[in-house]
Ligand binder design. Structure first.
Ligand SMILES: [Zn+2]
Length: 428
């Protein structure tokens, strides 16, 4: 009986006077954006956003906001001064917990050595693993914090974070524990992924079956039962884990309730995309060498393609993932840094948008969509972040530009002015 008066709520924060407010809201397509919808940024000119605590209360013009939220002297007001305001970037593929950078391997590559040659001679991931095992939790935490601080000031507010430099039950748990601690103690939200199948460690080079047994019978059960990861990932590539091994590891993870990701088809069309489709993975990542069948199967299975142009750039290769073919085929794509000490040492999603434009022919609009709403879905956070809508987290970036198209175009600098995470100013 009776009726309910919808009470306006008091905003704790109001951002007003956004020349271009990129809401990333799209009435036409719920879920990851594809095809032409990848260009729908839901721009509101002269827009505003009100939040209450960590969550968005209202989005629109100032008049619209004042109808649904109370703005008074307790509300903190930020004037965006006609600049661009967007959701924070979601970086859906990172390896932020490592002991040391590997600039000496970068220089070997500059001089002509290949990534595979360096890996075969004991460098690469195994180099990182040896150093990780000798490094204290405190030091690993300090290193990862520096990475996360940089990500934040470049506009990233949520990341997926992988283990994968421990490669023993104790060291992988250590890595995931650090990710968990960072999630609780750093403004950035971290979505944890178990990547025990990043490489076969030194001690099992002659007995890889035993390492796969440890992965499936010891590590995955321990990670799942300890609630240490949400996703399981495998480096599925020639010379690392083959299709059959990847299928076994990922099927086990799935049976333990973990969601799936794959490093797939980075260097050769190996069938990783097809495997991601077969297993119902949330995403398949890299995909530089994906086959046409791989594209079709991923699309049919609803797998998101996470593209990592920073890796191709840092490795000095000239072949990038076929983003335009994927967009044309209707496959949802997301963008990530692949931040890691071996093949992509960057925390900067703005640079990734620049590479997406120049190397993969993606427009600024497509880049923003791929780095916010679609990357939110690629980390299974599409209901919480990635667009500016009531009840989503108040994760926003105020930019030092009046046109969002400047962001991929004006490269190698930081155009971020202010970062807001869960309704609090955390940078700028
Ligand atoms: Zn990676």
């Amino acid at each position: 009986m009776g009726y309910q008066v919808k009470k306006a709520r008091r905003a704790t924060l109001l951002i007003r006077n956004a020349g271009q407010l990129l809401t990333l809201r799209d009435e036409k397509q719920i879920g990851p954006r594809t095809g032409e919808n990848l260009s729908n940024l839901g721009i509101i000119e002269n827009g505003a956003v009100a939040s209450l605590g960590a969550s968005i209360l209202a989005v629109g013009t100032l008049e619209e906001i004042e109808r649904s939220a109370i703005i008074d002297k307790t509300t903190r007001i930020i004037d965006a001064q006609g600049k661009v305001v967007t959701p924070g970037f979601v970086d859906p593929h990172t390896h932020p917990v490592f002991a040391a950078t590997r600039e000496e391997e970068f220089e070997l590559r500059v001089k002509g050595a290949s990534y595979q040659e360096i890996a075969a001679s004991g460098g690469g991931i195994r180099n990182s693993v040896r150093r990780f095992r000798k490094t204290s939790n405190d030091q690993l935490m300090r290193n990862a914090r520096r990475v996360l601080d940089r990500m934040l000031c470049y506009g990233t507010t949520t990341i997926e974070a992988k283990s994968g430099y421990g490669l023993s039950p104790e060291d992988e748990v250590r890595s995931l524990q650090i990710i968990k601690d960072l999630n609780e103690n750093h403004p950035i939200d971290l979505v944890p992924t178990f990547l025990g199948a990043h490489e076969v460690p030194d001690e099992y080079r002659d007995n890889r079956q035993e390492y796969i047994r440890i992965l499936t019978e010891e590590m995955i059960p321990r990670v799942a039962e300890g609630d240490l990861a949400e996703f399981c990932d495998v480096f599925c590539e020639e010379g690392v884990f083959n299709i059959e091994e990847s299928r076994r590891i990922l099927s086990t993870a799935k049976a333990y309730g973990l969601k799936l990701k794959l490093h797939a088809d980075e260097l050769s069309p190996f069938g990783g995309a097809e495997l991601a489709a077969e297993l119902g993975a949330t995403s398949a990542d890299h995909l530089v060498a994906i086959s046409e069948t791989g594209i079709d199967k991923m699309k049919a299975a609803g797998v998101i393609a996470v593209l990592l142009p920073g890796t191709t750039f840092s490795l000095g290769y000239d072949k990038y993932a076929p983003a335009r073919r994927m967009i044309k085929a209707g496959l949802p794509i997301a963008l990530a840094t692949d931040c890691n000490p071996g093949s992509s040492m960057t925390e900067n999603m703005q640079m990734i948008l620049s590479l997406a434009s120049t190397q993969m022919r993606m427009t600024a609009a497509e880049g923003f969509c791929a780095a916010t709403i679609n990357s939110a879905y690629a980390t299974d956070r599409g209901e919480e972040v990635g667009s500016l809508e009531p009840n989503k987290l108040a994760d926003l970036v105020i930019w030092d530009t009046e046109n969002y198209k400047e962001i991929p175009y004006h490269y190698g600098v930081n155009l971020v002015k202010t970062v807001i995470k869960r309704g609090r100013v955390v940078y700028g």
